[in-house]
Design a protein around this ligand. Structure first.
Ligand SMILES: [Zn+2]
Ligand SMILES: [Zn+2]
Length: 287
């Protein structure tokens, strides 16, 4: 498994920005540079294929020809880049199998109404076999994706087309991973679904690595304080434990560099341990 990207919407450095965080990233490079969030489960399965997928494939020497399933958290363009449908359709060699794109029912409705039925766009060919299959999933209803059992759960984050984002509980051979972008502070329904799971991996959004006064548990994103409160609650209900490998991702250039955010997590006085993810970070395969 690999983090291909770990930034929030603007990436680090934001090309238009001269703040100290973006300037530090330009100077230091390495783990301070973040592309838009995407997580590779294995060569057949990815969570989100967003704004930077082309550069990520190039930079990580990654071919996407074996990719079978894209799990979309939501249709914000840092997570979803419509161009991949077209780019896949013009390949001159490779598989004739369609790419399955998993998304919420509201997300699927957006594709059906905006792209497929819009005569001006001519997108129907891109969104049907042999290029792609769109598959809507329901929160709490598990499905199979390759070797994984996947349960979608509702995130507290909306788009113009979707009331909630879709977060994914992925299980294989007794191991589990919960990928929660963009989630906001979890809903009670989602906490309940995760109760007692003792996840192997937890990957969550720490979109603003700073404590914002105006952020609340109802906001569509989490700052550093909410991220830790959310982990505290997950620990309390046994969703995570001392052994869970916890990663913060979807990080904006606010308040912390990778270095200072890592130091913050290292000094956190909690029974669980969390770390800041970075682009290119690899994890052992699930299960
Ligand atoms: Zn996002
Ligand atoms: Zn979003």
């Amino acid at each position: 498994m690999k983090f291909l990207g770990t930034s929030a919407g603007e990436g680090i450095p934001d090309p238009f920005c001269t703040c100290p965080i973006c300037e530090n990233a330009r100077r230091v490079g390495g783990k301070e540079l973040r592309t838009r969030s995407s997580f590779l489960l294995d060569e057949e399965t990815i969570i989100d294929l967003g704004a930077d997928y082309f550069a990520q494939a190039r930079d990580h020497g990654l071919r996407l020809d074996k990719l079978r399933t894209v799990l979309l958290t939501h249709t914000h363009d840092d997570h979803f880049n419509y161009t991949f449908f077209w780019e896949r359709s013009v390949k001159r060699a490779g598989t004739g199998e369609p790419l399955t794109v998993i998304l919420s029912e509201e997300g699927k409705r957006y594709f059906d109404e905006f792209y497929v039925r819009s005569p001006a766009l001519g997108s129907e060919r891109l969104l049907s076999p042999p290029n792609a299959v769109l598959r809507a999933v329901k929160p709490g209803v598990p499905f199979e994706a390759g070797p994984y059992r996947v349960t979608p759960l509702r995130g507290r984050h909306s788009t113009a087309f979707e009331k909630n984002s879709t977060n994914y509980l992925v299980e294989r051979n007794g191991e589990s991973l919960y990928y929660a972008l963009d989630s906001g502070y979890f809903t009670e329904e989602t906490f309940e679904a995760l109760r007692g799971r003792r996840l192997t991996y937890f990957i969550g959004e720490c979109t603003f690595p700073v404590d914002f006064d105006y952020m609340t548990r109802e906001s569509g994103h989490m700052d550093k304080k909410r991220f830790v409160e959310n982990l505290d609650r997950l620990y309390e209900i046994g969703a995570i434990d001392e052994k869970t490998k916890i990663y913060a991702t979807h990080i904006s250039p606010f308040g912390s560099t990778h270095e200072t955010l890592s130091a913050f997590f290292a000094s956190l006085d909690r029974p669980y341990r969390a770390e800041a993810a970075y682009d290119g970070l690899e994890l052992p395969a699930l299960g």
